[in-house]
Write a protein of this length. Structure first.
Lengths: 341, 341
DNA sequence: CTGAAAGCGCTAACAA
DNA sequence: TTGTTAGCGCTTTCAG
């Protein structure tokens, strides 16, 4: 029945107590080097592996954090999600943490968490799950969304500021007929980018034309439809701020199909600074998000929370949760120029 | 110290024993509906969540499987890896299993496994880890690689057969000057595709010219270098079988840059049937891999092993492990035609 | 520096 | 149908 070798076996083999074996495993300082060696040898000889569940149950350390990502169609295709994953992966590696990626396939109320802490990336319809996790006292951090009504640390991109900067750049070039193709407005980021666009326009004293704002949903087809509508308008926009590079690339192709030149006839700015933005025939001016940075900060914070909790055995709920917005950066390439007179 | 509500709290609250609560949680049939309701109410009232570690430790079911993928640069960009993940995700969903994605950041000897079983996807430098997992008696399945010297079920694509079929198609069109751009030959799949190419050539009685075989590594740049070499050869190949769609697409662009038309001047066949193969200016004839199917079979098999183990409490090592090769399918599109005379 | 013993939360016989 | 009880494997005071 008991098939695997456990800590008692190792203890017996090494002629010590289980407690000592445990100390060796957990790298406690108070073990005589000689004893340590004996134990390590025993572990090797017996091919012993600590039982993670038991370790956890007994209140030991868990060098594991989980990342929850929603399983929307195409998560893994998005430059975005993948970049975050990479960032998390890199930091975990540096911190010696094991990483569990938890793909939230269906909406669920609770997570069968077996990790020391969890990062919620891109919460879409995972609100309850998040709330639940926080209530259970599991160290939690949110990435890419700011949840105001929950006591949790959040790390997000300053989408509003990034959008504003992009549009202001267009304005500085002399554009006034600036259109915007939005992302999926169910998304916080799309809404924020739209807000940034409006702010920049208004701040410059330019008239805000509703027909210059075309709603899309981050997909290429939606961008195509949007730009076609835009082209029919008079006066025709001389610049378009597009809510994602993916869509911006589609915009560029459509424009090309219609015999329009980017940037001569119409300037285009994207958002994401995705790799394809560089490879495109017209290298795209776009907004770069500090995704890796965001992931890094999130993991580090989570790690801190976990360590803290371990030390005090209370969750420091009295500390006001951070709501961090990370700044974007405008990457100027070749898709913009002053409008023709 | 004991902050979370446990099974005893629930039992007391509902006026039953912990065992009964456990039965309710695990959906055992022998519980009076009335009792069940009381317990469920208690669980809800107290916001109780079973402790996964304790469940596992006590020998209960684990409705969780892990997928181990190597963290090579760009895993998440590969259509391939993502597709497998999707397949696994879908089946897990159907089976009601929770899915843990384990990204093997660094090579490690053992996995801190907290799952009922594990799927190794695309073992690259994870051999020891795999071996170790098997030795520990953890239900294991390998996907996309066939490991002959380990007693483990393997599900892989018939790369050799797929490549052979692709080249035979080219031959049937009348080509004899057929080149091949290989993938990363550290990879089993690339080697197998090369083998398939050679077999088809030889079987047709065509001379095998070493210079027609250019080694690349699945990256676009390597493909570019490879075609350029190929184009300098005399007689110039009239068809190229490329080991991946990604590379094939690059080949098409290079050819176009050189003023050559695909398929008129040179026919091109890819491998993967990735989405970009369709979207490309010249829709690519390619080899479709049953990735979802592969994932499905693997998960189902793993599930079977887990259930079996649970029932008998012995690992059925006497059953010869399956080594399954799944058949590919040639998808004919517009990148090939008979050679010009 | 090391050992003995008391749990961590849950499940699974075995009784009742 | 339900309760009692003995672990699962490990960590961690507390003694020594």
């Amino acid at each position: 029945m008991r098939s695997t070798v456990n800590i008692f076996d190792v203890a017996k083999y090494a002629g010590v107590s289980p407690a000592t074996v445990s100390r060796v495993i957990n790298k406690h300082p108070n073990v005589r080097p000689q004893t340590r060696q004996k134990v390590e040898q025993a572990i090797r000889d017996l091919k012993y592996h600590p039982n993670v569940s038991a370790q956890r149950l007994a209140g030991g350390v868990t060098r594991t954090i989980a990342v929850v990502i929603p399983h929307y169609e195409g998560v893994f295709y998005s430059y975005y999600a993948v970049e975050i994953l990479r960032g998390v992966g890199i930091v975990c590696d540096a911190l010696g943490l094991d990483l569990i990626l938890y793909v939230a396939t269906r909406e669920r109320e609770a997570l069968p968490i077996a990790a020391g802490g969890v990062i919620f990336a891109d919460i879409i319809s995972q609100y309850n799950c998040l709330k639940n996790t926080i209530e259970r006292g599991i160290p939690t951090v949110v990435i890419n969304n700011v949840v105001d009504d929950l006591p949790v640390d959040c790390f997000a991109i300053d989408n509003r500021g990034g959008a504003k900067e992009a549009v202001e750049y267009l304005i500085s070039l002399g554009h006034t007929k600036i259109a915007h193709i939005t992302g999926d407005l169910n998304t916080q980021s799309a809404v924020d980018r739209l807000t940034g666009y409006k702010e920049a326009i208004l701040k410059a004293g330019i008239e805000l034309r509703p027909e210059y704002i075309q709603e899309a949903d981050f997909s290429r087809v939606s961008a195509r439809v949007a730009v076609e509508k835009l082209l029919k308008l008079r006066p025709r926009p001389t610049a378009i701020f597009v809510a994602s590079d993916e869509m911006a690339l589609e915009v560029v192709s459509v424009l090309k199909e219609k015999g329009l030149n980017v940037p001569r006839d119409i300037s285009v700015v994207g958002f994401d600074n995705s790799p394809s933005a560089v490879q495109s025939p017209v290298p795209l001016t776009t907004v770069k998000q500090p995704l890796l940075e965001m992931a890094r900060e999130a993991v580090e914070e989570l790690h801190r929370i976990i360590e803290n909790k371990k030390g005090r055995h209370i969750y420091m709920s009295h500390v006001a949760p951070h709501k961090v917005y990370l700044h974007t950066e405008l990457v100027v390439r070749n898709s913009c120029q002053p409008p023709l007179v």
